[in-house]
Design a protein. Structure first.
Length: 271
């Protein structure tokens, strides 16, 4: 297997070096171009912003999903099924063209003349549509991740909280959320890396992210393959940089979980 792997690696390296169509000099020239770095920064900024919004919204939806109030639970289930059941690209395009459905958005008190109207075209730009579309879609997945973390909390902990007379809100803050973190955080790290790559979809809306930046260049120079490789290199570099802290976080919470499991076993062993 070592020999097979070495042969495959040598073959790939040989074609990368000897094939002039890769145009490595062009890749090196545009790798640090101003427009490419600007698009890279927008991609990173968009990833972080969307993940923050979707995590907060996903936590709220997960709490609603775990509620004992049936209408609240049904509303959360409908949200999750709607956004997970439709393609994110379709959602982005729909948000970008939302003015066709609602030319004006009224903000005020319902059934009263108090309030005002906002022009939807002026309010929803391409970047705004990208943030809204990605955040709402990702929130549905984060809600399911957080709900899975809630379900990982031992029932004995919940019964003990009920015995102590904790309210539902206090039980959620003091018991469920802290103990769900070891399950939630590693999965959230995976979603962060996935979101980095998913932001490439916003180029369809004309947002000047990393992919859109290289597309504008090769539309002018016709150097399609080298510019796509520039985008791939930057996506790969940022993904690898995110992988390191994610592995450390997973190791930390995995160590905590194993310690809790060992402690539980020791306490259950009869004297």
């Amino acid at each position: 297997m070592w020999a097979v792997c070495l042969l495959i690696t040598a073959g790939i390296a040989y074609t990368l070096i000897t094939n002039p169509r890769y145009q490595w000099h062009t890749i090196g020239h545009y790798l640090t171009a101003g427009s490419v770095l600007s698009g890279l920064w927008l991609t990173i900024w968009l990833t972080v912003l969307v993940m923050v919004i979707s995590t907060v919204l996903g936590l709220l939806i997960a709490v609603m999903r775990a509620s004992k109030i049936l209408p609240v639970r049904i509303l959360a289930m409908c949200y999750i099924n709607l956004f997970r059941g439709t393609p994110v690209l379709v959602q982005l395009i729909l948000w970008f063209n939302i003015a066709a459905l609602y030319p004006n958005i009224r903000i005020g008190i319902p059934l009263t003349p108090i309030g005002g109207q906002l022009n939807t075209n002026a309010l929803i730009s391409a970047t705004t549509a990208a943030i809204i579309g990605l955040s709402l879609n990702e929130a549905a997945y984060m809600a399911e991740i957080i709900r899975g973390g809630f379900n990982s909390v031992p029932k004995g902990q919940l019964e003990a909280a009920d015995t102590l007379g904790m309210s539902e809100g206090m039980k959620m803050r003091k018991i469920i959320i802290p103990q769900a973190m070891p399950s939630v955080i590693p999965a959230t790290g995976n979603q962060l890396i996935s979101m980095l790559k998913e932001t490439s979809l916003v180029s369809v809306l004309g947002v000047a992210d990393l992919l859109q930046s290289v597309q504008l260049i090769y539309a002018r120079t016709y150097e399609t393959i080298p510019m796509l490789l520039v985008a791939c290199i930057w996506y790969l570099v940022v993904s690898l940089l995110l992988n390191y802290p994610q592995s450390k976080i997973e190791a930390h919470y995995g160590k905590s979980t194993r310690a809790i499991s060992r402690k539980k076993v020791l306490t259950e062993v009869p004297a």
